[in-house]
Design a protein around this ligand. Sequence first.
Ligand SMILES: *Cc1c(COP(=O)(O)O)cnc(C)c1O
Length: 389
Amino acid sequence: MALNIPLITETLKTCLPQRDFIALHEPQFKGREWEYVKECLDTGWVSSVGKFVDRFEQQLTEYTDINHAIATVNGTAALHICLLLAGVQTDDEILTPALTFIASTNAIAYCRSIPHFVDCDEHTLGVDPIALADYLQTIAYLKNDVCYNKHTHRPIRALLVMHTFGHPVALDPLQDLCQRYHLTLIEDAAEGLGSYYKGQHVGHHGKLSALSFNGNKVITTGGGGAILTNDATLAKQAKHLTTTAKIPHAWRFDHDQLGYNYRLPNINAALGCAQLEQLPNFLNAKRQLAHRYQQAFAAIEGVHIFCEPADTKGNYWLNALLLDKLYADQQTALLTHTNQHGIMTRPAWTLQHKLPMYQTCPRMALPIAESLEARLINIPSGQGLLNDD
Ligand SMILES: *Cc1c(COP(=O)(O)O)cnc(C)c1O
């Protein structure tokens, strides 16, 4: 059976501006970016403190309705601090999806803890609460309120979930599961700024959550990230740990623990303030583009566009085209054809347990992640693609 690949490329073209090359995602700077960055240069406040850092953090708390935001140098650094503050220790196991960007897994390894890979749900692309509940029932036991892996006898300390392409994972059932097994829930919301679960911005369920403002994310600060939490004590510790654990003082340099230089520079935060002002417009454009794709592909045999799960409003950071199972062997041919015709597409990330550093990590059966890896293709999704201007 063959898929009509030229028809798919043509259909993508009908949804996109007429250009020789369409990138997967591009930043857009049409707001007050120049003005704010110029202010940093004019005043000399370019580095790790400044009013734009404070303002950006304030704007993030208002936007997400989460009490505290701590800006960081990137999303990976934010995740590293989230895990440390969740009490993750050497040789703990941390449950995390096999289908994710490497930053989630690396942040676990930075804590000298061990990623334990779990499968995902076709309807959310994130951790499947039912499959995970079944799995924990067979491999986990509780002793003195700590969850242990029956096979390795290591503590299973936390569940790090990820909102794939901006689509919220099933947070309520996963939070219940965490309560049942005394696991700390952490959200890798790097892709999820502007995404809502049951009307609430993502990041509320996790004890701590991480955002990213890398160049390809919904908004960008060049590089950047943030830690979100509703817990005032954790927020204070997050600021401290990301500021080399320096005890504030007018001239003394005293540090009371192992800290990190993970602060977001003011010049990057200036970009962030300008970008956040445009976020509602970006989200509108992304939603409209997703609609356009969904309609155009409704009549195309063998493929469909991923739609936001029930109870959620996703940011449609990256749209995903899914091949029917029958056509999984056509993925490479479709990637080749679209890229050769000036439309940048790519598969999802290689599953984490296939990478050399993580091959020996514990994992459950991963049939859905394996299937999605073979069938999923990300298609151009930038906020500037709606109109050709
Ligand atoms: C982008 C991203 C991050 C963080 O990446 P940085 O480049 O360090 O900001 C983390 N997790 C996921 C799933 C991501 O997509």
